[in-house]
Design a protein. Sequence first.
Length: 522
Amino acid sequence: MIRVRGIKIKYENDNETEIIKKLSKKLNINPKDVKGYKINKKSLDARKKDNLHFVYEIDVYLLNENEILKRNKSNDIFITPDEKYTFEVTGTKTMKNNPVIVGSGPAGLFAAYLLAENGFKPIIIERGEKIEDRTKTVNKFWEEGKLNPESNVSFGEGGAGTFSDGKLNTLVKEKHFRMKKVFETFVENGAPEEILYINKPHIGTDILSDVIKNIRNKIIKMGGQFRYNTKLLDLVIEDNKLQAIKTNDGIIKCDNLILAIGHSARDTFEMLYNHNLNMEVKPFAIGLRVQHQQKKINLAQYGNKDITASYKLTYNNNQRGIYTFCMCPGGYVVNASSEKGYLAINGMSYHDRKGENSNSAIIVTVGPDDFGNHPLDGIKFQRNLEKKAYEICNGKIPIQLYGDFVNKKLSKTFGTVNPNFKGDYEFADLNKILPYFISLNFKEAMEFFGTKIKGFSDKDTILAGIESRTSSPVKILRDENFQSNIKGIYPCGEGAGYAGGITTSAMDGIKVAEGIMEIYKN
């Protein structure tokens, strides 16, 4: 195959005929010589709203590749490189017990997938429910307000990302093609093939649920096993080496434990700290979620109200970094609480992104100077804000129009933006929840963002709080072999402080599984 970069096609002419036509022209060949092609990258260039066009990078099948390469001396035309993920088990030690993975979010699932694929038989324990039951539990919570603290938007098969937009984009660059392995695994298990090449890939919460179920079934076929409603309660450690774990369902002998616990397992963090695992506090970010009419965002970004647009905005006033986070086009703001008496929110989109509104978190960076240096101080800071958010509206999502937020005035009616929520909501003064420095920086950033996207800081913009689970407030330290100071324990994924989202969490799960297989034989 030959890879061809820089194929430009107008937005309105995006079809297979045009792709082959442009390919042929760039290669100086007859269109009939194109025996097939595969898209490697596709992005929308919207720098000029009157000239929207896609930019493609394509691998094309030809009969006379060498001859065509000789005729075309261009940096945009070259032999398709080998970008396949490969891994060989090199370990020599015998594993006494099955490897155990705590958590079935992206990090846990992909660690389990790779281990099972290479002949190991992992046991995955999950404090929440399998995805089919978890979905029913979450929907019931949104409809009736009855929280299950063990199975909710944060806990359960699939992890917190299951009830999100299912975004897969990341800025991480790596040469081992673990990201490609993640995307290909998603596609093999039911995700849209377009995630392999589009610039901002996403799956959507509706499709992601089925993908997770398929991945689970494949892991089981390869020898893995899942234990749901099974919570890690304690560790059995002798001579600084893990011997077993205690769960609500009994003791499991274990000498290799992957901790893929997610960013909200606060009780587990405390238990690990009490066992003297090396941990440190980690900076994160706190803020509110904003809702706009999606068609206004589309017009501002693309000059066309019918093309679904996203955005990513940043602002730095030399004191704090403030930025948009987890932008959900055509999505919903959801109650993502996981503890009784505490309230946190998130954003979610279905695959078609057909909701009336877009939403995004606007978050302000915070660190040890704001809440302390003890490893668990960040959790205390989060809980304090989430408690205020819960109490101000008795468990309903507190909301306010941006204009009223600026003027510290209680909103009474909605303006041009209709509310799109999963879970009950109620008007409140969000200034009473946020620390003053966060409110101040939030307002300053909103005004700046309004100069970048027309209408972003309109007074009718709906705000909701509190967005507090942007990343883990804790980092569990690990060495170059991915182990903690307690041998046999492998901190992994976003909860341990080594990832930030679905893709990077999945990649970290793969890396930790590789680390185990460099020590043990299957």
